[in-house]
Structure formats: structure tokens, C-alpha cells
Design a protein around this ligand. Structure first.
Ligand SMILES: [Cu+2]
Length: 494
């Protein structure tokens, strides 16, 4: 099917679904209403938007919808009636225009996770409040020197971030560039895998997260890949397959391994690494992305991509502090190994080799300043999560930096749970973890910091001034205070 045809089909469906969307809006319930009438398996078909002649332009709305999930119905929140939302693709230098409409019954906004774009105005402005029935046109340019990589968009309205993402509001934003032009990478077939958990009660509604979620964040027992349960990926013997992976769960960590196939890591949050790194398993914290190559070296059969239990309290600490998935380790349902997706072999093709080199990662200059950020939790009105002893305050600037400077930030976890620390707008490199350097250089925008760890990251503040945020990407922790405001000042004012 051509892109234009797919688009037309989608438009037809969207027009049909508008009546149901309006019915949901009438509902006063802040949860997704079970009265919405749409039930169409086609809603699981991802819509694609690619830039043309340097422009990526689209309408995007957020609305409550009823989707099919296996043999059950799911009352979820969607972008353009889809979960995940439309996949957006652009190239460095392109202009992006997104005419966004809020058809939810609560405020929302959009965050473009990982993109290096202005944090203000019509850019990656997380301080915007788009009211129910309101709209906003996001418009920005992706810089000419922006790395190729796997980025994504989701709501960032403080207090509702975990709830809205968990309910289904997310989509991929892919930037294509130099990584995609490396011959072996270009020759590889590409499959995107958006991993996200979900919970549904017997009526297909998302249940209240409950008491445990105050600590661990909300965790669902359904593991979805591209909005489906254990979808099949068809591969051909000899081929090289590129998987773009996103952990879009608000709180759940994934630990992935593929039966009989090593994973060759080629890119992290911020794009390519310098050469493929062979991994037996890959841990993705909430918000993290990775791209891996898989050599289809088997001849036939089916091979499962497993998610094995990962205790976010133990994190990467050897032996673990809590042992045996104790209270902080999350609900027991996290302790089962589950299949995320299944590779099925059929046919044979000429073998594509692995690339030997990817893209160099230049070290950042020595920092002008070092700051400390201590992560912990405490009791306020229920559980609260703290950075340097404080909960988030809209009216307080926590950290002021100067444009065109380099800083080291030490993220110190004195609590009992792992916190994936995320900074908006500028990517960083992890310099050390408890004094030890990382096994390979990589561009990151999320870094997991386990209990007792001290992680040093190095960041250059480039191109854009204004206020933005850093926060824990266990989004229930963020909604409960673990966020700070970063103000990037013009150099002249320092
Ligand atoms: Cu956290």
C-alpha cells in the first residue's frame, strides 16, 4: 500500500470515529469512559508521517478511545486514535509543524523526548497547559547537525504525566541521518518496537494504580509491543535486522534477551555509538531507547524476545540490597519471564555483514563547574520524591547555567529505589559510575542511578536558552516531586 493510500484510509477511519470521541468528552470521569463506541482492530495499525521537502506537517489529537487488544477491549487514551500514536520521521534541518488538539477531559501538552530543540514558545515547552478542547501548534526546526536517532513524544503536564502515558499517549519521533547511511545499517531491515506495559480491569478500564504505585510507580501486567501482545516479526535467514527499541512504560524496567541470538548495540538514547557492542541482554529504564542489530543466523523456527525480571531497587548493584524482590522491588507480577515478541524464520537471503565501525563520539571538554543532585524520598502528603531535599515547585528555578558552557552533574542516589535521571534539550555522556568509567562512550538523555550509586554525567548547554526541566523518568516519582527547573541563561548575562 502506498503511503498516500494508507493515509487516506486512516483519514476515513478518523472521520468515522469523531462522533465517539465527542461522546467520551461529555463524560465527567477523569478515567477513560467505557461508553465510547469505537471498536476497530485497524486502530492498531500505526500511522506514519515523514517529512517531505524539508517539512513534517500534521494534525495530532489526544482523545479517549476504545481499542481491541487481543480478545479484549481496552479503554485507553490515544494520539489520532492509535496506541502507540503516529510514528513521525524527519531529517536534520527539517521544519516540524504539529497542529495539536486536546480532546481529553484534562489538561495536557507534548514533550519531544531527546530532541535538541528550543525549550520555549512553540518548541519543547513543558510548561504549557493545553486545556480540554484547547489546541496549540508546535513548530520548530531540527538543527542541521542533529544526530540521527530514536526519539519520542508524550505528555509532560506535571501531576498527570504517569497517568496519561500509562493510558496510551506516546509515539516515536525518528530522526534519520548519518547512522542510517552506513551501508550495513542501510541494508538492514528495520523494525520498531515500542515496549509498554498496561493494566486493564475486567471492563477494559485502566484501574487505579493503588498503594504500591506510590513507591514503585504504576506497573501493568500486560506487556505490549507496538500496542500488541506478543506480535510476530518475520525474518529471513542471513539477513541483518535492525530493532529500534523504546521503553515507553512510565515505571517498568525491561531486561531483554533473544533466544539463540546476541544483540549488537549500535545506538543509545542520543544516537550512534562508535562501534557495535555485543550484548546478551539489554536493560532499558523507562524512557530509554536502544538500537540493536540481530544476525539471523538460524535456519528456521521461532525465537522469543524475553523480558526477564529486573529489580529496580537492586539495579546494577552486584548482589542487590533488597534481595529476592522485596518490598521495594515492585509487585510480584514483575518476577516472571515473559515473551515480548517472537521472531519467526522463513526463507533465505544473502548474508549481510555487521558494520565494523559506526560514528565516532567526541569527548566533551573539561567542565567549568560540578554540581550535585541527591535523589531520595520522604513522607509529605503520601510519598514524595525529592531532589536535593525539595519537591518540584513551578515557581522556583533550581539550577541556572550559562549557554555554551560544559558542566558535570553528579547524581547521587541515597534512597532505596533506582531513579532513571532524565534531562531535557541537551544530551550528555556518562563519565563515571561510583568512580568507574563506563565500558563504552554513548550519548544519553536518561541514566539509571541505583541505590548507593553516584553517577557523573557531562553536558554542554548549546544553542538554546530558556527554562526546561530534569527529572526522574519513573513518572510517578516525577509527578510526586522528583523534578527541578533548569534555566539556561545567555552567556552575556553571566
Ligand atoms: Cu525515580
Amino acid at each position: 500500500m502506498s503511503r498516500a493510500m494508507r493515509y487516506l484510509k486512516r483519514r476515513d477511519f478518523l472521520n468515522l470515529s469523531l462522533g465517539a470521541t465527542t461522546a467520551v468528552l461529555v463524560s465527567q470521569c477523569s478515567r477513560v469512559s467505557s461508553r465510547s463506541a469505537v471498536s476497530n482492530a485497524e486502530t492498531n495499525t500505526t500511522q506514519f508521517y515523514r517529512s517531505e521537502d524539508g517539512l513534517l506537517s500534521l494534525d495530532l489529537d489526544a482523545s479517549a478511545q476504545q481499542l481491541r487488544l487481543g480478545n479484549r477491549t481496552a479503554n485507553v487514551l490515544t494520539y489520532n486514535s492509535q496506541m502507540p500514536g503516529p510514528q513521525l520521521e524527519a531529517r536534520p534541518g527539517d521544519t516540524v509543524q504539529i497542529r495539536f488538539a486536546n480532546r481529553l477531559n484534562q489538561p495536557t501538552n507534548l514533550h519531544f523526548h531527546g530532541l535538541h530543540i528550543p525549550p520555549t514558545g512553540t518548541g519543547d515547552n513543558v510548561f504549557l497547559e493545553i486545556s480540554p478542547g484547547g489546541s496549540h501548534t508546535y513548530e520548530f526546526q531540527i538543527p542541521e547537525n542533529h544526530p540521527a536517532g530514536t526519539f519520542w513524544y508524550h505528555p509532560h503536564y506535571h501531576g498527570l504525566v504517569a497517568e496519561q502515558l500509562f493510558a496510551g499517549l506516546l509515539g516515536l519521533f525518528i530522526v534519520r541521518g548519518a547512522l542510517d547511511d552506513i551501508p550495513e545499517v542501510k541494508a538492514a531491515k528495520e523494525t520498531t518496537l515500542v515496549l509498554k506495559d498496561l493494566a486493564l480491569d475486567r471492563r477494559g478500564n485502566i484501574p487505579n494504580p493503588g498503594h504500591m504505585a506510590q513507591m514503585t510507580g504504576r506497573i501493568g501486567d500486560l506487556l505490549l509491543a507496538n500496542g500488541q501482545l506478543n506480535p510476530e516479526i518475520k525474518v529471513t535467514q542471513g539477513e541483518l535486522r535492525r530493532l529500534r527499541l523504546l521503553n515507553a512504560s512510565p515505571s517498568r524496567f525491561f531486561q531483554l534477551s533473544l533466544e539463540e541470538h546476541p544483540l549488537f548495540l549500535i545506538a543509545t538514547d542520543g544516537g550512534a555509538i562508535s562501534a557495535p557492542v555485543e550484548l546478551d541482554n539489554l536493560v532499558l529504564a523507562p524512557g530509554e531507547r536502544a538500537e540493536v542489530l540481530i544476525r539471523a543466523t538460524q535456519t528456521s523456527g521461532q525465537y522469543r524476545l524475553f523480558n526477564t525480571p529486573f529489580n529496580p531497587a537492586q539495579g546494577m548493584m552486584s548482589g542487590g540490597m533488597m534481595g529476592g524482590g522485596g518490598m521495594m522491588g515492585g509487585p510480584s507480577r514483575q518476577r516472571r519471564t515473559e515473551t515480548v515478541t517472537t521472531l519467526t524464520y522463513s526463507g533465505t537471503t544473502t548474508e549481510t555483514p555487521l558494520p565494523t565501525a559506526l560514528l565516532p563520539i567526541a569527548p566533551l571538554p573539561e567542565p567549568q563547574r560540578v554540581r550535585q543532585f541527591t535523589l531520595n524520598h520522604g513522607m509529605g502528603r503520601g510519598m514524595v520524591f525529592l531532589i536535593n531535599g525539595q519537591v518540584f515547585d513551578h515557581n522556583r528555578i533550581d539550577t541556572q547555567v550559562a549557554l555554551n558552557t560544559v558542566e558535570d552533574w553528579e547524581i547521587i542516589n541515597t534512597g532505596t529505589m533506582t531513579h532513571p535521571f532524565h534531562v531535557h534539550i541537551n544530551k550528555f555522556q556518562v563519565i563515571s559510575r561510583n568512580g568507574q568509567s563506563e565500558p563504552y562512550a554513548a550519548w544519553k538523555d536518561v541514566v539509571s542511578v541505583s541505590p548507593g550509586e553516584r553517577v557523573r554525567i557531562r553536558m554542554a548547554f548549546q544553542d538554546y536558552t530558556g527554562k526546561t526541566v530534569y527529572h526522574c523518568h519513573v513518572l510517578d516519582h516525577e509527578d510526586r516531586g522528583m523534578m527541578g527547573i533548569l534555566d539556561i541563561q545567555p552567556t552575556a548575562h553571566q
